[in-house]
Write a protein that binds this ligand. Sequence first.
Ligand SMILES: Cc1cc2nc3c(=O)[nH]c(=O)nc-3n(C[C@H](O)[C@H](O)[C@H](O)COP(=O)(O)OP(=O)(O)OC[C@H]3O[C@@H](n4cnc5c(N)ncnc54)[C@H](O)[C@@H]3O)c2cc1C
Length: 300
Amino acid sequence: MKPAHRPYRARVERVQRLSPSFTRVTFGGPELGDFGADGLDQRIKVVLPLESTGFDTFPSGDWWGEWRALPDHARNPFRTYTARAVRPELREVDVDFVVHADGGPAAAWLAAVRVGDDAMLVGPDATSGVTGSGVEWNPRGASSVLIAGDETAVPAVSSIVESLPADARGCVFLEVPTSADVLELTAPPGVSVHWLARDGSDEGHGARLVEAVRGWTARYVTAWHRGVEVSEVDVDHDILWDVPQGEARHGEALDGELYAWLAGEAAAIKTLRRFLVAEVGVDRRHVAFMGYWRLGRAEM
Ligand SMILES: Cc1cc2nc3c(=O)[nH]c(=O)nc-3n(C[C@H](O)[C@H](O)[C@H](O)COP(=O)(O)OP(=O)(O)OC[C@H]3O[C@@H](n4cnc5c(N)ncnc54)[C@H](O)[C@@H]3O)c2cc1C
């Protein structure tokens, strides 16, 4: 059986500044005709070149085990991103990068990227026969949705919102660095979209998101039971990734229920998880909580 994901060699086709904090990089190349186009919050890896050897030592095919076995100097770093758009017919993939200081290898690569640069992605393989691998959005017919994320989740949320049916109902909260980072996002009439700009506030990353979700929940959510236990996650050492699995993922439809999807800086998502599960009593089978990054800590 073919692996669901594989490395793709590509080149940088376009670099487009969308706003002060978002840059869209369009990757292109013949191999991208096979790139899976499931959309939504499809996660992928952006592999970063080594200074001396570029991508020469990066394994092909079933890459993970081979990459781990390489000596340190031959191991390309990589970071997790969202495929914002996939156009297999044009052999193109768009990734919207957050421009941030405190630079890791992806931020440094973004600052220097030029059209024509060699590039590499690891993403879904449409020829593998597997679909939906690396996609968490799974509302299973829920009657309303709550979607909350910070700037790193804006690409995923944008794709998700664009996919909602015309009769969808719910609310979207997006925290971004500045008011100038509010991007165009068209939602169905029953879904309200709220952009929360930090605009230099010293409240801290995620504070506005937490406050907005708390306020919305207090106003609209009455049906959940309070006082459910939640296991704590040490976001400085472990990955916060609490999403419906197995039966809860593929099982019963959420007809008449709320489905929630929350992603962003891990400490803020941890606070929201504790609030929604332990204080409000939301059924964890109806919520995906995902720490996309951790303040002060590199992805790997
Ligand atoms: C499933 C998933 C999907 C994601 N999708 C996207 C996406 O589409 N676009 C996107 O931009 N990011 C996305 N991210 C987040 C991205 O992987 C991280 O921001 C990543 O850490 C950036 O790598 P780096 O090399 O720049 O920094 P790292 O080497 O990982 O970290 C170095 C330092 O930078 C800080 N840092 C990392 N990210 C940020 C940030 N956004 N703002 C401020 N400081 C930061 C870290 O806290 C650390 O101190 C996603 C993450 C996941 C798990």
